[in-house]
Design a protein around this ligand. Sequence first.
Ligand code: G1P
Length: 277
Amino acid sequence: MIKNCLFPVAGYGTRFLPATKAMPKEMLPLVNKPLVQYGVEEAQEAGMDNFGFVTGRGKRAIADHFDISYELEHQIQGSGKEAMLSDIRGLIENNTFSFTRQHHMKGLGHAILSGKPLVGDNPFAVLLADDLCVGDAPGNGVLKQMSELYNQFRCSIVAIQEVPADQTHKYGVIAGESMKDGLYRITDMVEKPAPEDAPSNLAIIGRYILTPDIFDIIEQTPPGKNGEVQITDALMTQAKKGCVLAYKFKGQRFDCGSVDGFVKATNYVYENVYTPD
Ligand code: G1P
């Protein structure tokens, strides 16, 4: 069973300036909860309890969020407001949160490699908190679905969704042989291709399960697209050596790294998830 989840959270979030000038983009709230907390809750639902954050400068608010806030908690003790902290308190009490810094922004592959000391020699999930994912039924989040597949196949898995041809340049795009409904064995993968170079319209979104041999592969992976060490390139090497699966998840995904997706996610949460205390 997978117990570890890595959160690469070193990115700048320039699309949301000036909001992200002094605040990490992962702390932007969907109604009353920061993006990163939705991610942690999804990972916990999948049975994970060891959460590693690959952070950078200016990201201390994330570490503070997953820690006790004595003054505040003392202040609201005994009032109705205490209940508003019960979820986050439960997360803090029942899980381990650890942090390391990515000193240079050299791509997602490099960020994941920087997180190696936090997950050790174990299979682990990677969750990009920019993507809000909602499963098709309560308790069946996207990482849970992927974790169950991992238990069956024991190899790396990426979550995919169909995107319009004019969007392929934003994603890693795969080609694969269909194994069963919604599950592919990857035969090709290209990072952010122009539509004419895309091997399909199946784009990788921000959920991965990786086997720990990926770390050695990343170390051997030269910089690719945009001069960055790409996890897509490392996964392609892994796919050639053995097997990497792509899974068309059941549910919805909101790209909260874009203003449009962020607004849609906010409305979704307000209408379907948020319960006022
Ligand atoms: C990264 C990956 C890309 C993937 C995307 C999902 O890109 O490099 O393959 O499709 O995440 O969100 P980024 O969005 O960090 O540029």
